[in-house]
Design a protein around this ligand. Sequence first.
Ligand code: GAL
Length: 330
Amino acid sequence: MKRLIKLFLIFITLGVISGCNETPEIGLLMDTVELERWVKDRDFFVQKVEELGGTVTVKVADSDADVQFQQALEMINRGVDALVIIPVDMVVSEGIVKMAKRQDIPVISYDRLIRNSEIDFYVSTDNIYIGEQQADFLTKAQPTGNYVLIGGPTSDYNSYQLLLGWKNILQPLIEKGDIKLLGDLFLDSWSADKAYEMMNKILEGGAEINAVLAGNDALAGGAIKALDEHNMTSNVLVAGQDADIAAIQNIILGKQTITVYKPIESLAFSAATAAMDMAKGKDLSGNMTCTVNNGHRLIPSVLLQGQVVNKDNIRMTVISEGFVEEQEIY
Ligand code: GAL
């Protein structure tokens, strides 16, 4: 009996020691690092978690939802202290959240909302408002004519939010008959090639195009490639998002009208701080700036604002905030 008690005490002591000295491990599940902005999200996030005394295990699913599910399973079974998810597929990721919650692992939905699930926190930009910013800028410059909408995949809830923002601005002008929608599509991935093919089809149909609203700069770039081949870039307005270097260069060349710059460092900072607080069992009420209804309940959230970037404010925005270097663009 004495031996059993001794063994039990050793386990407790080890448990307590490991509990005190343990460095929180945060799991970061990413869709892709193919697009510039996600490399920045990853690097800023890791840097901030490490500054706060944690470690980050990053897994990239290369846009394969099944791979992301397996990567999540491995992290959950290993018992990460918090999980931060950039969901490849918003429905599959509901299953990931269920698994994590069964093991009492707190979950943050990052950039893309995971609906109908028990996520603990949501960090993103106000994507409906970003859609409105894009549409507002273009309709002020081009209040009439034919518009093409190139949305991202329906597996990404942001695609719906952007479309809602676009329609909030466009609908009154459509009702008046001032604006007509030519393409109004969700592509099945954030792919420049898919946007190029879609735009080519519309152009080969001979339609006049006055403006393009694209879900991100990759899609905008694909559309611009098709417009370029038809010598139409000079008279078609194009809006994108993410402030990719190629997009900013296209803005300078007059081929793209605007992009929207997201404060990626602040996004990653908010998510890293919340993840570390959750890993330590802290209450998150101090981290949140609002709540968002994810279809299941109100989620404590941080929603930051995008900033429109056009040819006149590049230096005052993305360069002055150190998002891109001057020599990368000019
Ligand atoms: C979306 C995001 C866009 C863009 C896109 C590319 O979720 O809202 O800004 O980054 O992903 O992956």
